[in-house]
Write a protein that binds this ligand. Structure first.
Ligand SMILES: C[S@@+](CC[C@H](N)C(=O)[O-])C[C@H]1O[C@@H](n2cnc3c(N)ncnc32)[C@H](O)[C@@H]1O
Length: 228
């Protein structure tokens, strides 16, 4: 007995498969409705990765009237009334269709709903990497970061926006010369480009506290970076 209650079997604390499906759909519904608000005043096409039965596509088209929604899948297996028109259907494996779409829609897409998950975790990781590599591979130069932050990232071999988004605040703050100020500036630049970034959670090492020698070191490093 713990706190007067009988001990519970660990299995009873795990959600059932029915509940897991319910949570997933609920989360998907909340996230999509949130995203609709985020892009309300931003023109541009939307990508739906994974037509499946067409449920999320149906939700997208209902809430985003007048938008071009391009739907990707390797096959058509949806409800008949959820079949996208031929101009908006991109059939084939994502490894082939995404690189092409990236060229065609470079910098125009305002929302990507990726729903290509399966029961195979390893496969999901592989597809998530493929999607990120194709959609988040813009170079960090596009963020026009302050030199200190930019150099610090470069020194740590972070060259793509996708890599940046995958890092937590703590990991970034551990980098030499990357303090709270850099973190805030980086998030501001990402937000300006339309990326949704979480609020900074903490971080003590503010580089504005660094001595002048460190500033000089930075300026020299910046010059060397430019030359190289
Ligand atoms: C979970 S279902 C999508 C469910 C759908 N969004 C809905 O609401 O009905 C996943 C879909 O992704 C597609 N898919 C998975 N991996 C893919 C890949 N590598 N290339 C293209 N389509 C893929 C599958 O064919 C499947 O139709």
């Amino acid at each position: 007995m713990e706190n007067g209650r009988p001990p519970q079997h660990p299995q009873l604390l795990e959600p059932t498969r029915l509940e897991r499906l319910l949570f997933r759909l609920e989360a998907q519904h909340i996230c999509l409705n949130w995203a609709f608000e985020e892009i309300r005043n931003r023109p541009g096409p939307v990508f739906e990765l994974g037509l499946g039965h067409g449920r999320t596509f149906d939700h997208l088209r209902r809430h985003l009237p007048g938008r071009d929604i391009y739907v990707f899948d390797r096959e058509i297996d949806c409800f008949a009334d959820c079949t996208p028109d031929a101009d908006h259907l991109v059939l084939g494996r994502l490894s082939e269709t995404l690189p092409e779409a990236r060229q065609r829609f470079a910098r125009k897409v305002v929302l990507v709903n990726s729903d290509v998950g399966t029961y195979d975790e390893a496969y999901n990781v592989e597809v998530a990497a493929l999607v990120s590599a194709n959609l988040l591979d813009a170079p960090i130069e596009e963020l026009d970061l302050p030199m200190r932050a930019y150099n610090s990232l470069k020194r740590n071999n972070i060259t793509k926006i996708g890599q940046l988004l995958a890092l937590g605040d703590d990991e970034l703050l551990r980098m030499r010369n990357f303090g709270k100020k850099s973190l805030d500036e980086m998030k501001e630049r990402l937000a300006l480009r339309g990326f949704i970034v979480p609020e900074s959670t903490g971080g003590s090492a503010d580089e504005s506290d660094l001595p002048a020698a460190a500033e000089l070191d930075e300026a020299v490093a910046a010059e060397l970076d430019r030359e190289g």
